[in-house]
Ligand binder design. Structure first.
Ligand code: FAD
Length: 217
């Protein structure tokens, strides 16, 4: 059942000039990793969806936000200070790992930009799952909190500069990626990426039911 409540900002942590993690009080909100919430500033009508970045067992909530140029809400959230009040609805959505498959499958997470957020929540909640995280960004400094992931499971794809993992988009990385029948694929980020990746995976023989996606914009 969705709820609508006030939550108090406790920390803002900048990862780049325009990307930041906003931490706020949890107030006993129950959620499943992969779900999103709807966030706005107290007293304002406008709200936006944000995936939950923190883990199920954390005593706070976090979201990872990128300020969109001329964006209404993301630019306001960027200026939040400790003690500010957010209005939060949710949680919503069913994106995430089915409990039944958690330990039986390899989980392949494919994200662009802040689309890494639900995967951060999953890895934080279940650090021992068998996962590979393929993260597409423009520049290496957008490898948000990379140290939180097992280095052997995190692959950075940078479209605008070289990096030791992969220079290019997640789609060019996936062209050479070997799929096996025990893999489940989770796509999160912009619509073009999820559309292209879906078709790459289908062409490689991945059944449609083994691919789930969350589209941000
Ligand atoms: C289920 C769901 C979960 C989401 N989770 C996150 C999240 O974890 N972190 C996050 O930063 N955003 C997330 N978003 C996107 C977020 O809801 C907002 O759209 C985003 O913050 C822009 O809002 P705004 O009010 O600043 O911009 P607006 O004033 O609404 O203007 C938005 C414009 O920017 C485009 N846009 C939206 N997001 C981006 C982006 N990341 N990069 C470039 N252009 C964009 C839109 O298509 C639109 O043209 C999520 C969206 C959905 C639907």
């Amino acid at each position: 059942m969705a709820t609508s409540k006030d939550h108090t900002v406790t920390q803002i942590r900048f990862l780049t000039e325009s990307s930041f993690v906003l931490r706020f009080s949890r107030d006993n909100m129950q959620f499943r990793t992969g779900q999103h919430i709807i966030v706005g500033l107290k007293g304002e009508m406008d709200q936006r969806e944000y995936s939950i970045y923190s883990g199920e067992n954390d005593d706070h909530l976090e979201i990872l936000v990128k300020e969109v140029s001329n964006g209404n809400i993301s630019s306001k959230l960027k200026h939040c200070k400790q003690g500010d009040i957010l209005q939060v609805n949710g949680p919503f959505g069913s994106f995430g790992i089915e409990t039944f498959y958690r330990n039986s499958h390899k989980h392949i997470f494919i994200a662009t930009g802040t689309g890494i957020s639900p995967f951060h929540s999953m890895v934080r909640t279940w650090p021992d799952i068998n996962y590979t995280l393929i993260h597409g960004v423009r520049f290496s400094n957008e490898a948000y909190e990379r140290s939180e992931y097992d280095p052997s499971r995190y692959i950075l794809c940078t479209s605008k500069e070289n990096n030791p993992d992969h220079k290019g988009r997640v789609t060019s990385f996936l062209a050479k990626f070997r799929v096996t029948s025990d893999m489940l694929f989770y796509l999160c980020g912009n619509g073009n990426m999820t559309y292209e990746v879906y078709h790459i995976l289908r062409d490689k023989g991945v059944p449609a039911e083994n691919i789930i996606s969350e589209v941000y914009f």
